[in-house]
Write a protein that binds this ligand. Structure first.
Ligand SMILES: Nc1ncnc2c1ncn2[C@@H]1O[C@H](COP(=O)(O)OP(=O)(O)O)[C@@H](O)[C@H]1O
Ligand SMILES: [Mg+2]
Length: 220
């Protein structure tokens, strides 16, 4: 099946069982909500889908468009078009946003990219998200406010045009007007991507065109 399939997945970290025998499917090109109480394993699942080595898969498998990706490293998964907008975006001192993005795009698509149009698009998308002071010459996320960091992750996603993107609480730290803008941006993505949106915010979830809502607490 096209999309992401998780079958009988169990995950440990630092000697703790976090996910137990979880099975879930995300069809290609659709939008899903992933909900559940604090600590129910939403961010863990996001990290495991991306191949974060902090987490150990002790059972089950993950396939993307029919290919088993369970044992691939994060870079290989990114190349296949998986993207995670993290719950707590990291600051990267000494690397400008533009250089960071260029490196990611080149590793995904090769040297033949039209980077100046990427930068123009980036500026336009920043305005659509209400991040009018966005400057891609600044170091990645350094000195950004909490809400700006979250918007900066969405900007990366829009530039990379991933096959599947997981947005881990993309609305946290965003004011009401910015949540509305984010909703409009997500509903108007003009390429095919599977979106998994982790959120506690019904304003956001109710205005997305969702195929299904999965509750991590109820699934294990
Ligand atoms: N690296 C880790 N080491 C140990 N425990 C972890 C680790 N990551 C997450 N956990 C624990 O796993 C549970 C699920 O965490 P998390 O996936 O962040 O939940 P959610 O995103 O649903 O709030 C929590 O109890 C958390 O403390
Ligand atoms: Mg979380």
């Amino acid at each position: 099946m096209k999309g992401l399939n998780i079958t009988n997945l169990s995950v440990d970290a630092n000697g703790r069982h976090i996910i137990n025998n979880l099975s879930l499917s995300f069809r290609g090109g659709r939008t899903y909500a992933l909900v559940g109480a604090n600590g129910s394993g939403k961010s863990t699942l996001a990290n495991v889908i991306m191949g974060n080595p902090e987490y150990t898969v002790t059972g089950g498998q993950i396939t993307l468009d029919g290919c088993n990706i369970t044992d691939l490293d994060t870079a290989e998964r990114a190349k296949l078009g998986l993207f995670l907008a993290m719950q707590y975006p990291t600051e990267i001192a000494g690397i400008s946003y533009a250089d960071f993005l260029r490196t990611a795009l080149v590793s995904q698509r090769g040297n033949n990219i039209d980077f100046s149009s990427t930068l123009n698009e980036l500026t336009a998308n920043a305005r659509r998200l209400g991040f009018n002071s966005f400057d891609y010459r600044r170091d990645v996320n350094v000195g950004f406010s909490g809400g700006e960091k979250k918007k900066s992750e969405i900007l990366q996603m829009l530039a990379l045009k991933p096959r599947l993107a997981i947005l881990d609480e993309p609305d946290s730290g965003l004011d009401k007007a910015s949540v509305k803008k984010l909703t409009t941006v997500l509903n108007n993505i003009n390429y095919s991507t599977t979106l998994i949106v982790i959120s506690h915010n019904n304003d956001l979830l109710n205005s997305l065109n969702l195929t299904a809502t999965y509750d991590m607490g109820a699934l294990q």
